[in-house]
Design a protein around this ligand. Sequence first.
Ligand code: V55
Ligand code: FE
Length: 479
Amino acid sequence: MTTRFPQTQAFSGPNAPVRIECDIEDLPVDGRLPSDIEGTWYRIGPDPKFAPLAGDDLYVAGDGVISSVKFQNGRVAFKMRYVQTERLLRERAAGRALYGAYRNPFTDDASVAGTNRGTANTTPVWHGGRLLALKEDSLPYELDPDTLETLGVCNFQGQLKSPTFAAHPKLDPETGELFAFSYECDGEATNTVALCVVSPDGKLVREERFEAPYASFMHDFAVTREHIIFLVFPTTADLTRIKSGGAHWVWDDSKDAYAGVMRRDGAVSEMVWFRMPPCYAFHVMNAFTEGDLVNVDLCLADRNPFPGIDDINNAPFNPEAGAPFLTRLTFDLKDSKETRKTRLAPMPGDMPSVAASSAMSRQRVGYYAGLDPSIELHNGGPTGAAFNHLCRVDFESGAFTALHLGKDVTFQEPIHVADSDGSGEGYLLAVADRHDEVMSDIVVLSAANPERGPLATIHLPFRLRNAFHGTWVSSVCRS
Ligand code: V55
Ligand code: FE
């Protein structure tokens, strides 16, 4: 029987699997490529090789595909490869899906019981001379940064005890340390979390366990120069439900949200938990400490933002309350009861970023992908609505600007690239999906003025599937 993907949100239209591996040299470029963009942009997303065993599944469950966009001497080369995970190798050998529903090992084919379910589909990280492909429910895979070949599972030379490594570590631009965490450390639906720190040369130097208030979907966290903040929002897991074949996550707003704040030079046992009414954020833009105030800027919704996650009482998905807005949460270390919430931008959105050099201290500007729901939407990515703006927020003046290229163009995550001498604001790179022609471009924007439109447009010869996250590795970092 040939492969047939279900005609559901995660597998049809702009989300139809692409499954291309390729090497394309010297892509056509319109406009003028800035000469100081020299390096490689890595991006990772899901692209299911086989139709889901469970009949349908979430977009976030697909096999990891990494692409590299290499800017060198005025030319752009594109490469794309599947991460050869244990899971993909087993399914390729069988010629069909063997692993069941998203993060539910109890729905797997018996032949793969106890094997590595990781898809390596979320975030590429360049650190300590290694390129890692991350997925929060499993260990990273190490890849060759030039060929994108899969080298194997990375457990930091056997030092990491946790079975997972979350997909949003934070690189300290001053010390070169990588701050990370693991969650569900004692198996599905457990509330055990570990703070992990990796030294600049790639050695695991801290792994400290603690218990969160309850098991939750801890997709991201925050680090400032002085503090680490763990975010616990009421998207919850329950082992009995998972064992009976149900969803790993459900939204349960009978529970409060929490932020655990600890000093970087302190111990996890000194964590202070701030309690908040239910809310949810997938992604943190940045965080900074000023005096006794710890600030976390994140794309925060009043309720579950992900239509693929059901309400525990089967309440229908609420797109208004589920719209994430860039918000500053301020925790006062002198008063662990009050949390201040300040909205920072008018348009909902997600996939926030700042210049790498601004991480962990107060950023002057930030960027994110915006979704104006009043425009006719296109499917694309996990939520069923692809982003239709690229947004810039100037936190000093309060100015908000956004690029929109018409109703048939949607955007994937914007990535910041510093200019060569750091005198200007640098550039933004993003995939622009053109729905009218079913093709994808890469747009190069001035970070200071994204609304003015592309400085250059790089044309790919086919449609890319929505990726999750990327990272920029300048040629200077590699040499
Ligand atoms: C997200 C993505 C994931 C995942 C959980 O961006 C959350 C949200 C690509 O995988 O497993
Ligand atoms: Fe993410």
